[in-house]
Design a protein around this ligand. Structure first.
Ligand code: GLN
Length: 492
């Protein structure tokens, strides 16, 4: 049953091939037996999951089941869950049990989904490899010596290892798409404001957006339909009515205009990764789409602008963790200043401290105009590049990440090398656009992701385009487990 997609589970439950309790129990067993290999979960809520599954089975039997009734999922540990620890991958929140659910959690619960627990992540979602987590790195199911990507590496690895068919994730600069690319899963970052940020631990508020990671585009459509929607509690929410993102999946892509930005195929892109992405573009031509050469001239400014704006917002957001209200508090503080300093000094990890320092510096008097304002101006130019491009094309395609998953530890000592992991994903966050990653091949045994960038609020079309590709190709069906199981059996 662990191989089933969300769409298949929805059907299987309704056709009474199995119950929600049965599939939930099976996945919980798998997590217990196998997750020590991957470290993809921080907290497993077995008892609560089984109770919810029982309730879902009753609803299914009564015939009034909502869309995702009885479907097992997991939440990135950045979403507040009532009564369940929400650590955000940090020692700072290791003891934090929220008294309420995030809107995303609430929405999925209303849709009937059954959460099995909370997935591992980079500390406060800062990272591209899941190595900054207080709970240790997540290991890539395709090769456990390699990173899973980050910051939503736990959600991506849990889906790739078939511990859960889909999971929530968040993307500030690439954290849904890059781990999806590295683990052969499909992930979608919606248009900024499409999904409520209420109850999501804030990293960089003008960039953060929640979305799904699953095995294919169709499953992402099912999850996004439940996650998205209006929410008065988030002032940046677009207040758009919920949509059925599965409605357009089967449209033809005949005549679709695909923009191929030359800046996404330059220096720094692994040659084999480039070849897989080119193959995917050819496949789209076979499906009747037209490739159009475009330019996004400010692409090289995206990473530097992001590393001013994101740390600036993070330094403000993370000021709430002061050892007084909630979260970690140091032992025996001498006075209030000592309490603040040691609680933050001991509670935050290295990368988080680096961001707070950079952000505080960029926002300080005398530097604000030189750094923060300048970065905001660059952000405007980056957005304009996309607006111009979408005057000519329907979607934009390129690689998600510059290379396949690297070895655990390989980039830890070099933050800039790590930051460049998001070179193709960050601009969409700065512009507020939706983006997706889907499997498009492998280099050696490691997966490669194709990125699709859509126009504002064009998620339905992106999902349609991705689904059409997945009807024509099998990359997304390949499983990491055949390798792991072969290795366990002593095979190649
Ligand atoms: N890797 C980027 C960072 O470290 C993006 C992280 C994210 O999207 N949450 O900030």
């Amino acid at each position: 049953m662990h191989q089933l997609t969300i769409a298949e589970i929805i059907r299987g439950l309704r056709d009474k091939q199995f119950s929600s309790v049965e599939i939930t129990r099976q996945l919980l067993d798998r997590i217990q037996q196998q997750d020590s290999n991957y470290n993809s979960f921080i907290t497993v809520t077995a008892e609560q999951a089984l109770q919810r599954a029982e309730a879902a089975d009753r609803q299914l039997a009564a015939g009034d089941a909502p869309a995702l009734c009885g479907v097992p999922i997991a939440h990135k540990d950045i979403f507040c869950t009532s009564g369940v620890r929400t650590s955000c991958g940090s020692k700072m929140l290791d003891n934090f049990v929220p008294p309420y659910d995030a809107t995303v959690v609430e929405n999925l619960q209303h849709a009937g989904a059954v959460s099995l627990g909370k997935t591992n992540m980079d500390e406060f979602a800062m990272g591209s490899s899941n190595e900054t987590s207080y709970y240790g790195p997540v290991k890539n199911p395709w090769n456990t010596d390699r990173v899973s990507g980050g910051s939503s590496g736990g959600s991506a690895a849990a889906v790739a290892a078939q511990l859960v068919p889909g999971a929530t994730a968040t993307d500030t600069g690439g954290s849904i798409r890059q781990p999806a690319a590295l683990t052969n899963t499909t992930g979608l970052k919606p248009t900024y404001g499409r999904v409520s940020r209420w109850g999501m631990v804030a990293f960089a508020s003008s960039l953060d957006q929640a979305g799904p990671i699953a095995r294919n585009a169709e499953d992402c459509a099912h999850l996004l339909s439940a996650m998205a929607g209006p929410d008065r509690r988030d002032s940046t929410n677009l207040q758009r009515d919920a949509e059925d993102f599965t409605a357009d999946l089967n449209k033809s892509v005949q005549g679709l205009k695909i923009g191929v930005p030359k800046e996404y195929f330059g220096e720094g892109l692994n040659a084999d990764t480039a070849a897989r992405v080119q193959d995917a573009l050819k496949e789209f031509e076979k499906l009747g789409a037209e490739l159009v050469d475009i330019s996004l001239p400010h692409t090289d400014l995206a990473v530097p602008a992001y590393y001013v704006i994101a740390p600036a917002e993070a330094s403000a957001n993370l000021s709430r963790f002061d050892g007084v209200r909630y979260g970690y508090r140091c032992e025996n503080p001498a006075d209030l200043r000592d309490l603040y300093m040691r609680s933050r000094g001991e509670g935050f990890g290295e990368e988080v401290k680096r961001r707070i320092l950079v952000g505080t510096y960029a926002l300080s008097a005398g530097y604000y105009d030189a750094y923060y304002n300048k970065a905001q101006q660059v952000r405007r130019l980056i957005k304009q590049d996309f607006v111009d491009a979408f005057g000519k094309v329907d979607v934009i395609m390129g690689p998600t990440a510059p290379s396949p998953a690297f070895e655990i530890g390989a980039k830890v000592a070099d933050p800039v090398a790590m930051y460049l992991e998001d070179i193709y994903t960050i601009a969409t966050n700065l512009a507020g656009l939706p983006g997706m990653s889907l499997p498009c091949g492998r280099v050696g045994n490691m997966p490669v992701g194709l990125q699709i960038i859509g126009n504002y609020l064009d998620e339905a079309r992106m999902l349609n385009v991705a689904h059409q590709y997945q009807q024509a190709t099998d990359w997304h069906r390949a499983s990491a487990l055949s390798l792991t199981e072969a290795a366990a059996a002593g095979g190649e």
